[in-house]
Structures are given as C-alpha cells and as structure tokens.
Design a binder for this molecule. Structure first.
Ligand SMILES: [Zn+2]
Length: 327
C-alpha cells in the first residue's frame, strides 16, 4: 500500500490542506476559511472534515494515511501539541490542536509552529535538500526562523529555540514588537523594511516612493523592491540596510550552528537577486577573514505551499522514524 500524508497549514484567514504521496509530491490541495470566531472546536472540526473530503475528492481514503502534519502560527508547545497564541488568531490561547485533530481523524498528528514547518519543508524537499545543517528565515510581517542541526529541528529546552527574528543586532536600535531593542526583525522583516522607507520619505528623503505614500497612505515592501528595480536611490538604500541586517545574523548563525545552507523565504524575497546578492556581499565583507566558510545563501523554493508541504514532510518523517504518537 502506498502511504498518503496530509499536511495542514492553519492560518489566521484560511486553513490550507494538501494530500501527498510518500515522496511528498502534492496530489491535491484545498483551502477553507478559518473562521476562528466560531471557536477552536469548530476550527478542529473543519480541519478534519476538509481533510476527509480532500481525500475522497482525490479518490483516496483515510485508511491510507499513517499520519497527519499540522502547522500553527505563533509560539507553540511542541511536545504537548499546544498552540499558545498568535497575533493573527487572537481568539486562541493554549489550544491543544494536536489532540483535538488526532481525536477527530483517529490518526497521529505531528505538530509544529509554522516557521519550523516551512523550515522542514525546505529542508526535506526544497532549497535545503541535500544538506544536514540549515538555517531558515522567513521575512514577512515579522521574521520567523528555523534551525536544522544534524538533520533535526532544534526546539530548545522550552520549545522556543530559533526565534531568529529577535537576535539583537543593534543594542540601542529600533524598538521591536517583542519589547527588545535592536532585533533584526525591527530592521529586515517585510514590514520593517516598508516602515523604514515610509519614515525616510516622511522625513523628506527624495524618492519615487513619495508618490506611493501620497496616493496610498502607505508604502509596502513590494513597493520598495519595485522602485528598487526601477532604480530609485532611496529604495536601494533601504534594501541595502535590510541586506546588511540579514548578513549580520547570517554571520552570527554561522558562528553558532555552522549551517551548510542559509535559506530565506517570505514576502521580502520578491526583491529577487538584487537583495540576495547584497546579502552575500555584506556577508563576505564582514565575515572573519581567517576562514571564509563555504556557506550557501539562497532563497526558498516552495512558495506559498511551504506550509502544507512541510507539515506533510514532518508527518512522513515521524512515521519513518517510528515516532508517531496519538493525542
Ligand atoms: Zn524582537
């Protein structure tokens, strides 16, 4: 019998679900509104029912599924399968989604926070394929992270390892949403990049982005990299600062876990090669001179399906290692 693995990506707006073969090739996917306002039990019901319907629509059955992977936003108690909290799901606090889903489907569920899930997806079948040591950053509203060390996700003693967005790069720097000052997230997330551009334009810097701010009342990171590509000097300066901040954390991570590959994902990577090359330039400029490490810095390849792919890949990994547990 061929095994089928299900990957579920629980987000603030939508629940995405995919079913995959044992090579983690997508067979079919679907999505449904989360409707967090209906409460966690309804959300768990929806996850289970949508997964079962997806299998039926694909001509498959739950009997072929040895395990299910679930990625949740925000900090999570990985060992207990509890989603602690998330800014995009403020209604939910300490929800035992692993147990709730496992009971509904009658299958073991593997649970992780969404950054670790995306990290594992890239490691298993994406940009990190073929290495044993990888560091992953996702540059979105904030900066999420994941670390693969010797083929394993690093969780830490309290499941809070790899909060890479909160590595401090400027002790007296910009205030971060987490309460610390000078976190890389306060400089290089998609939102912080847009915010720095907005502040610069409001402060009188000359830029083609001024028109965007006047017309839309805001500048997005997409605007920044579109104007960068059109040759705007301020957009280049802002992107350079983002690249510099990211290069510094890459160097710091190199000294901690010595990854073979560092992978960036999220909205910011839409800036393309210009951003990637600047990160590499700054990295090479600031890394110690004695030993130039052959670390590869690259962009993620799985795109918007990273959540369901990573969740399914985690489910398969736990199955292959005989580490499945119910509840
Ligand atoms: Zn922070």
């Amino acid at each position: 019998m061929n095994e089928i693995f299900i990957g579920i990506d629980l987000g603030g707006t939508n629940i995405k679900i995919g079913c995959f073969d044992s090579d983690i090739k997508l067979i079919r996917k679907t999505s449904t509104p989360t409707r967090a306002d209906m409460g966690p039990d309804t959300v768990a019901d929806k996850m289970a029912q949508t997964a079962e319907k997806l299998l039926t629509d694909a001509g498959l059955s739950l009997q072929e599924v040895p395990s299910v992977g679930l990625g949740c936003p925000g900090p999570a108690k990985y060992r207990e399968g509890i989603m602690e909290s998330a800014t995009n799901l403020p209604e939910f606090k300490n929800i035992p989604f692993r147990k709730m889903l496992s009971e509904r489907l009658g299958k073991p569920v593997v649970f992780e926070n969404d950054a670790n899930v995306a990290c594992w997806g890239e490691y298993a079948v994406g940009a990190g394929k073929g290495v044993e040591d990888m560091v992953f950053f996702t540059l979105g509203t904030g900066i999420g992270g994941g670390i693969i060390n010797n083929g394993k996700l690093v969780h830490g003693c309290g499941d809070n390892a790899a909060e890479l967005g909160h590595i401090i790069i400027h002790p007296d720097g910009r205030m971060c949403n987490c309460g610390q000052r000078g976190c890389v997230e306060a400089y290089a997330s998609a939102n912080s990049t847009a915010k720095r551009a907005t502040e610069a334009v409001q402060g009188g810097a000359k830029s083609s982005l001024k028109k965007v701010l006047d017309e839309n009342d805001e500048i997005t990171c997409k605007d920044v990299y579109e104007h960068l590509k059109a040759g705007d000097k301020l957009a280049k300066k802002i992107t350079d600062e983002t690249a510099m901040a990211l290069a510094i954390v890459c160097i710091n991570m190199l000294h901690i876990t010595e990854p073979k590959r560092i992978v960036f994902a999220g909205g910011m990577i839409g800036a393309g090669e210009i951003l990637l090359n600047r990160i590499k330039d700054y990295f090479n400029e600031h890394i110690w001179a004695l030993r130039k490490e052959p670390v590869e810095i690259c962009f993620a390849t799985l795109g918007e399906d990273a959540g369901i792919i990573g969740a399914a890949a985690l489910a398969k990994q736990a199955y292959d290692e005989g580490k499945l547990k119910s509840g």
